[in-house]
Design a protein around this ligand. Structure first.
Ligand code: DC
Length: 678
């Protein structure tokens, strides 16, 4: 049994696609080749067969009708055809999720001298069948749709069909194919007229198996009773599967992708025309034109611009509209999709699914009865979205998630196997996650700028892994209260670095080291076994096996800490300890030199200051004996890491603002700087 459990995909951001890919065989061609080889006399060896769930259902269906099908290797089958004489299936034929199978095989079964039943999964059981039932009944078919409103299951009572002249009311390659297949078993001639041309695989394959459907006056003509002859066939890669990589590579500047052995039937490659219009760079090389053209595509990433997709074009890109909607979200400006109400009755209501999921990623989108208006080019936030059981929705959003600002999750992705087994493997080889091994929760908090910074930082293992908000400033400027509240709001760890300097001061005093002698201090510091880490969102310190926290605000410590903090050996000692913390948790880190020295690359830097008298009063109210103005003076004057705002810090005057106002201001700045706040 295939794995039908609802798996999920976790997608790390990566804005570049690089490499070469060969996608699995074409789904449409595989279905049709299997059915026609079953009807033909003799053997057909089909290579490049798609072994996704949908096509496996077709193999089982063909076997149920008496075809002998044997796998010669993973993607090659030998089909011994029935020369039109099918067996009555013993049981209902399960079409699984495949609308193509149900609609095409219904055309074959309608004209057989036996009865049969077609069933499908929950999604297929909601897909409209009236579009085939109406013309088939005109041909004399007796079919009962057992579901409400002509929905599956279909009970087919075999009967003698007769040819009809039929103009398809809507463009549908499945309806066209169904009627062509029914026409093979009908008396007389079946003539079909399409309002808009749709994919022509059935016509090409009929030709491949020896029957030449004639084009006569814009009509497609088949004669009943003709024989098909077995023939080997190579099935090229599915353009609709390649479409996910094509769009990703086209939309991410700096990408370079080669797609090899991919089907390039012009009735399928409408996507390329649209991408070119959007500003993409695509080179198409056709290597073979036998039955189905195929070749290589070369795509280079550019900044795309929005476009309009409507009218006749829709039929050419019907399966690609989900990924085209994603292209629209990644492009600059507006993309409008109209005349696509057919999407509402695909494997899911694709218009609703697209609108819902695009919004989850932060894309402004308007859902219309027959399309979407997508405002592209907005920064995307990481999201957790549903596939709605639809393989193309799942894959389209896996691509969009590459551009998000953190780890996204696509739920319920087992459906991808219906058309693209191996998608995950190709995904891994073509995308390179920007930040390997990233903690998900923390990553959700970061924005584009930080992602860039983090990448640089990783090259220096001493540097941060998680986002750090630096809160520097003068003593009693409100840093601690603001930083603590901010950490609470962000769910980051709060971390005051002053306590490290205080712990060091306490220990030096305890050891009786002459603090005014920086050489003695330097020597003593080397012997102090100090460590710190994050526990329960808090900074913990140990000096040997002692916990210094009860002594950190002793008057003696207050009086000496600035001096100790000015000694280079102390700062050198504490620097890696502070940086290490950012490898443990996302931090709001309070201090004097966090933005200038400890984490100079974080884009989230704030410097708090207030009127000195107000600050003094604050300390007095806290009941502390702290000569803070003198400390500030010393902190400012020291040579190493003096107290000063980083050039890119946001400076906030806290004299007359409340803590809440300050925190809100900081949150606004963080958002503007690209941090993803939920
Ligand atoms: O934030 P605090 O008052 O606990 O800091 C105590 C002293 O430590 C302060 O006078 C300056 C020094 N310090 C520093 O130099 N660099 C830091 N990152 C943090 C504190």
């Amino acid at each position: 049994m295939p794995d039908t459990s609802s798996r999920s995909l976790r997608i790390f951001p990566s804005r570049r696609i690089r490499g070469t890919v060969t996608v699995p065989g074409d789904k449409s061609i595989t279905h049709r080749a299997l059915l026609l080889a079953t009807l033909a006399e003799g053997e057909s060896r089909l290579s490049g067969v798609l072994t996704g769930e949908d096509c496996l259902a077709t193999i089982r269906a063909c076997q149920a009708l008496g075809a002998e099908i044997e796998f010669l290797n993973a993607t090659t089958v030998r089909v011994k055809g029935r020369d039109r004489k099918l067996l009555a299936p013993a049981e209902p034929i399960d079409c699984g999720n495949s609308g193509t199978l149900m609609r095409l095989i219904a055309g074959i079964l309608a004209g057989q001298p036996f009865s049969s039943c077609l069933i499908g999964d929950a999604s297929l059981s909601r897909r409209p069948m009236a579009r085939i039932l109406v013309p088939l009944r005109q041909m004399g078919a007796r079919i009962d749709a057992k579901g409400p409103g002509e929905l599956p299951p279909l009970e087919i009572h075999g009967s003698q069909l007769h040819g009809i002249d039929y103009r398809l009311p809507l463009p549908s390659a499945q309806v066209k194919s169904c009627l062509l297949l029914a026409g093979l078993f009908a008396s007389g001639v079946t003539r079909l007229q399409e309002p808009i041309p749709t994919r022509d695989h059935t016509e090409r394959l009929l030709r491949h198996f020896g029957l030449w459907p004639i084009f006569d006056n814009g009509q497609l003509v088949v004669h009943g009773g003709v024989r098909l002859h077995g023939h080997d066939l190579f099935i090229p890669g599915d353009f609709s599967s390649a479409a996910f990589w094509i769009v990703a590579a086209a939309a991410f500047p700096g990408s370079e992708l080669f797609v090899q052995g991919v089907g390039l039937n012009p009735s399928r490659t409408g996507l390329l025309k649209i991408l070119l219009r959007m500003g993409a760079t695509v080179k198409e090389t056709i290597e073979s034109c036998e039955t189905e053209p195929y070749g290589t595509l070369e795509i280079r990433g550019e900044r795309l611009r929005g476009t309009r997709i409507r009218g006749e074009e829709i039929a050419q890109v019907i399966d690609e509209l989900p990924i085209l909607a994603v292209a629209g979200a990644l492009a600059q400006g507006e993309t409008i999709i109209r005349d696509a109400s057919e999407l509402r009755v695909k494997e899911s209501d694709r218009l609703a699914a697209l609108a819902y999921n695009l919004r989850a990623f932060g894309v402004p989108v308007e859902e219309l009865p027959d399309g979407l208006i997508i405002e592209g080019g907005h920064p995307l936030r990481a999201a957790s979205v549903q596939s709605f059981g639809d393989h193309r929705i799942a894959m389209a959003f896996a691509i969009l998630a590459l551009a998000a600002d953190g780890v996204s999750v696509i739920e319920d992705t087992a459906c991808i196997a219906t058309s693209y087994p191996g998608f995950e493997k190709d995904f891994e080889s073509l995308t390179q996650s920007e930040i390997p091994g990233w903690g998900e929760r923390a990553f959700r908090q970061i924005g584009h700028r930080w992602a860039r910074w983090a990448k640089e930082s990783l090259e220096d293992p001493a540097e941060a892994r998680f986002p750090v908000v630096a809160i520097d400033g003068t003593a009693a400027s409100g840093k601690t209260t603001v930083a603590q509240e901010l950490a609470r709001r962000l769910d980051f760890a709060y971390c005051s670095t002053g306590v490290l300097y205080r712990a060091m001061t306490w220990k030096l005093l305890q050891m009786g080291v002459d603090i005014s002698n920086r050489f003695r201090v330097a020597r003593a510091v080397g012997k102090i076994p100090m460590d710190c880490w994050i526990e329960n969102h808090q900074l913990k310190i140990r000096v040997g096996d002692e916990d210094p926290s009860p002594y950190l605000r002793d008057p003696e410590v207050n009086a000496n800490v600035s001096l100790v903090a000015s000694i280079p050996a102390v700062r050198r000692y504490l620097l890696p300890l502070q940086r290490k913390l950012a490898r443990q948790a996302p931090l709001v880190m309070e201090g004097r030199d966090i933005g200038t020295v400890v984490f100079p690359k974080t884009p989230y830097k704030f410097f708090l200051d207030a009127d000195p008298l107000v600050r003094q009063e604050r300390r007095r109210q806290q009941g502390e004996t702290d000569l803070l103005l003198e400390r500030d003076q010393k902190d400012r004057e020291r040579k190493l890491a003096p107290l000063k705002p980083a050039h890119d810090a946001v400076i906030l005057d806290t004299t007359r603002t409340t803590v809440n106002e300050l925190v809100e201001t900081i949150l606004r700045h963080l958002k503007r700087k690209g941090m993803n706040l939920q």
